[in-house]
Design a protein around this ligand. Structure first.
Ligand code: FES
Length: 107
């Protein structure tokens, strides 16, 4: 199972095994990672699953889709080049070792 590391605002890392076919958001929510709210349940309607992908692991991710790019305009914390919506990051073997940083606020 791919391992994904979620780094809190205070820099505390939490590494979790996340099942294939789910999402970086689902991995966090199902295992109690604070900092991802996911109000819409992964339907690209809330932007409360915002994360910053660590630049050293960004090559593991697929490019941002246009709908995701549009929704990233509504994040509560500033959008940065490394911003992604974690519900749109499907977990594949390619994501093993991904590191995401949680934003200060989600709403
Ligand atoms: S969970 Fe709502 S946009 Fe990702």
């Amino acid at each position: 199972m791919p391992k994904i590391t979620y780094v809190s605002v205070d820099k505390t890392p939490q590494t979790i095994d996340v099942p294939l076919g789910t999402s970086v958001m689902r991995g966090a929510v199902s295992q109690g990672v604070d900092g991802i709210v996911a109000l819409c349940g992964g339907n690209l309607q809330c932007a409360t699953c915002h994360v910053y992908v660590d630049p050293e692991t960004a090559a593991k991710t697929v490019p941002i889709g246009s709908d995701e790019g549009d929704m990233l305009e509504y994040t509560a914390s500033p959008r940065r080049p490394e911003s992604r919506l974690s519900c749109q990051l499907e977990v594949t073997d390619a994501l093993d070792g991904l590191i995401v940083h949680l934003p200060e606020k989600q709403r």
